[in-house]
Design a protein around this ligand. Structure first.
Ligand code: PGA
Length: 258
C-alpha cells in the first residue's frame, strides 16, 4: 500500500449543455459523501463556458474543478485563449494539459505542453499532464522512447511541481475512446517506467507523484487497473458523462489496494 492519495478526474471533453450539466453535477454532488472525497481526489473538467456553472453546483461538495486546457501565455492580446489566472479566479484547482486530442488535432508539441504546465503551476493550479504513445508507436516498440521524450520536455517543471499539484496521466492514444483498454500489466509497466524517468529528469518527488491511467476506463475495469502498484487513479473520458459510472470508478479507486 503506497501513501499516494488516489486521483480520479472526469474529462467531459466537448460535451454537455446547461440542463444536462445541472443533472450530472447534482447527481455527482449527491453521491460524493465526505468519506469518499476524503479518500480520493475527485475532479471534474467541463468545457470552459460551463466552469462557472460547475463551480456553483459543486460548492463545498469536496469535488474539485478543473479545465481541459490553459493558455501558455500569462495574459494579453491572445484572442480566444483562456489564462491560468482566469481559471483560478473561476474556482478551478486543476488544468489538463497536453491531452492527446490537443496534441494530434491542434498540433500541440512537447514544449508547448510544458509551457502550459508551467503557467498552470505558476497560477497556483494543479497540472494534469497527459502523455502516451500511439498504436503505431507501440507496434514499432517505441513506447518507452516516446514516453521518455515527452517526460524529458517536462523537466523544467520539476522544481515547480509540488507533489499534490502535479499529476501525470498516462493515456495510450490507442485506448482513448476506443473501448480498448491497456491491460493492468501493460499500464503498470508504463507507469513504473514513467515514474523512473520522472526521477531521472529531476523530479526528486517522483515516488510521491500521482500517475493516473486514462483510456476506456469503466466501472468494470477500474479496480484491476487501480490495484496495480504504480497506478494511482484515472483520467476518465466517456464514462465521466454518467454520474453512476464515474462515481463507481471513484469508489473503485477508494477500494483499490496498490
Ligand atoms: P476515454 O477518454 O475514457 O473516453 O477513453 C479518456 C481521455 O481522453 O482522457
Amino acid at each position: 500500500m503506497n501513501s499516494r492519495k488516489p486521483f480520479v478526474a472526469g474529462n467531459w471533453k466537448m460535451h454537455g449543455d446547461r440542463a444536462g450539466n445541472e443533472r450530472l453535477l447534482s447527481a455527482l454532488v449527491g453521491s460524493a459523501d465526505a468519506g469518499l472525497v476524503a479518500a480520493v481526489d475527485v475532479v471534474v473538467c467541463p468545457p470552459f463556458p460551463y466552469l462557472a456553472q460547475a463551480a456553483a453546483a459543486l460548492g463545498r461538495s469536496g469535488i474539485g474543478l478543473g479545465a481541459q486546457n490553459v493558455a501558455s501565455w500569462e495574459n494579453g492580446a491572445y484572442t480566444g485563449e483562456v489564462s491560468a489566472a482566469m481559471l483560478a479566479d473561476l474556482g478551478c484547482r486543476w488544468a489538463i494539459v497536453g491531452h492527446s486530442e490537443r496534441r494530434t488535432l491542434l498540433g500541440e508539441d512537447d514544449s508547448l505542453v510544458a509551457a502550459k504546465g508551467a503557467r498552470a503551476l505558476g497560477a497556483g493550479l494543479g497540472a494534469i499532464v497527459c502523455i502516451g504513445e500511439t498504436l503505431e508507436e507501440r507496434e514499432q516498440e517505441r513506447t518507452e522512447a516516446v514516453l521518455a521524450r515527452q517526460i524529458e520536455a517536462l523537466a523544467p517543471l520539476a522544481a515547480q511541481a509540488r507533489e499534490e499539484q502535479f499529476v501525470l496521466a498516462y493515456e495510450p492514444v490507442w485506448a482513448i475512446g476506443t473501448g480498448r483498454t491497456a491491460s493492468p500489466e501493460q499500464a503498470q509497466a508504463a507507469h513504473a517506467f514513467i515514474r523512473a524517468r520522472l526521477a531521472a529528469v529531476g523530479f526528486a518527488q517522483a515516488a510521491r507523484l500521482r500517475i493516473v491511467y486514462g483510456g476506456s476506463v469503466k466501472p468494470s475495469n477500474a479496480r484491476s487497473l487501480f490495484s496495480m502498484p504504480d497506478i494511482d487513479g484515472g483520467l476518465i473520458g466517456g464514462a465521466s458523462l454518467s454520474a453512476d459510472d464515474f462515481m463507481a470508478i471513484v469508489r473503485a479507486a477508494a477500494l483499490a489496494e496498490g
